[in-house]
Ligand binder design. Structure first.
Ligand code: PBG
Length: 340
């Protein structure tokens, strides 16, 4: 007599001990009950491109749904951020080519575009935080984040200018200084310069692990530095093959006085984000870069992806990896969706 073969159900119960993980997934209410991560409008930082003039918003061709806004329209955007409970907007200027030079001197002009936008927004919508990038690339004729001597981006001379840029922006009313330049020692020097200028309360969110990436292309179009860039940024932005180095960068930035750190790009670097968030237990942000945004929107434009679903899924993934928040061009869209 042959033994009766166990049924599939018996086999499964033997293997799982009767624990069926699908049990909790069976209804929307139970899925919501056990969900580990929640995305909320408070997680969002909305990057906005500013331009001169008072004309209508000017679409950025490589970023469907994103436009360069006049100062006046930036104020309207800040009101929208407030109404949608988005805590912070990040301003990025499109600088007229005629104002660009070798050392990016327009960065130090207290009346430059980004400072005027900051003052206008602070006056009209003081309850929304303003973040400004510290880096010279919107202002240099060669498109680099620092000063170029021959083929070299010189570190210390660049840091000197970046400190002055940070103070100019803080004095205009910027709440969060975001050094995105990747020069060595810049966070400590900027902290010192801000304190010396009486800007003790101005926060620093360091782009700590910023990689030399292909995903910044559409952003460079948006700020007009793409066509100008001589060479690439690999002598200062990080090699994308490295993760230990990100830990060293973040440790240094925090020792120098960074209040918050950031990883950029985002989705291809979730391992780095998760590692830094766990290792340092400080507010750690991710930047969903222009290229990541444009990839999704291009697929949406072709009818290949459900854009809203891809948006929420990717933003939730950042949170799951440990992000305190996300800089994303989807901010107004996803905030409106969460509200509705
Ligand atoms: C400037 C800066 C860049 C981005 C943010 N700040 C571009 C670069 O470093 O070349 C990229 C943002 C994006 O791609 O959305 N240093």
């Amino acid at each position: 007599m042959t033994a009766e073969r166990p049924s599939i159900t018996d086999r499964i119960d033997a293997a799982t001990g009767g624990m069926r993980l699908r049990r909790l997934r069976q209804a929307d209410w139970s899925r919501r009950l056990v969900r580990e991560t929640q995305l909320s409008p408070a997680d969002l930082i909305w990057p906005i491109f500013v331009r001169e003039g008072s004309d209508a918003p000017q679409p950025v061709e490589s970023m469907p749904g994103v436009s360069r806004l006049s100062v006046e329209h930036c104020v309207e955007a800040a009101k929208r951020a407030r109404d949608l409970a988005i805590p912070v907007i990040a301003l990025f200027p499109y600088t007229n080519p005629s104002l660009r030079d070798e050392t990016g001197s327009e960065a130090l002009n207290p009346d430059n575009l980004v400072c005027r936008a900051t003052r206008a927004i602070k006056a009209a919508v003081p309850e929304v935080g303003i973040m400004c990038d510290v880096a010279l690339d919107p202002y240099t004729s060669h498109g680099h984040d620092g000063v170029m001597v021959g083929e070299c981006i010189v570190n210390d001379e660049s840091v000197e200018l970046l400190c002055r840029q940070a103070v100019v922006q803080a004095e205009a009313g910027c709440d969060i200084i975001g050094p995105s330049d990747m020069m060595d020692g810049r966070v400590g020097c900027i902290r010192g310069a801000l304190d010396d200028a009486g800007c003790r309360d101005t926060m620093i969110m360091a782009y700590s692990a910023k990689y030399a990436s292909a995903f910044y292309g559409p952003f460079r179009d948006a700020v007009g530095s793409g066509g100008m860039l001589k060479g690439d940024k690999r002598t200062y932005q990080m090699d994308y093959a490295n993760s230990d180095e990100a830990v060293r960068e973040a440790a240094q930035d925090l020792a120098e006085g960074a209040d918050m750190i950031m990883v950029k790009p985002g989705l291809p670097y979730l391992d780095v984000l998760a590692r830094l968030a766990r290792e340092f237990a400080v507010p750690t942000f991710a930047y969903q870069t222009s290229g990541e945004y444009s990839m999704i929107m291009a697929a949406v434009g072709n009818g290949w992806l459900d854009g809203d679903k891809a948006m929420v899924e990717t933003l939730t993934a950042y949170k799951r990896a440990g992000a305190s928040g996300i800089l994303t061009y989807f901010s107004p869209k996803v905030a409106a969706m969460m509200r509705g």
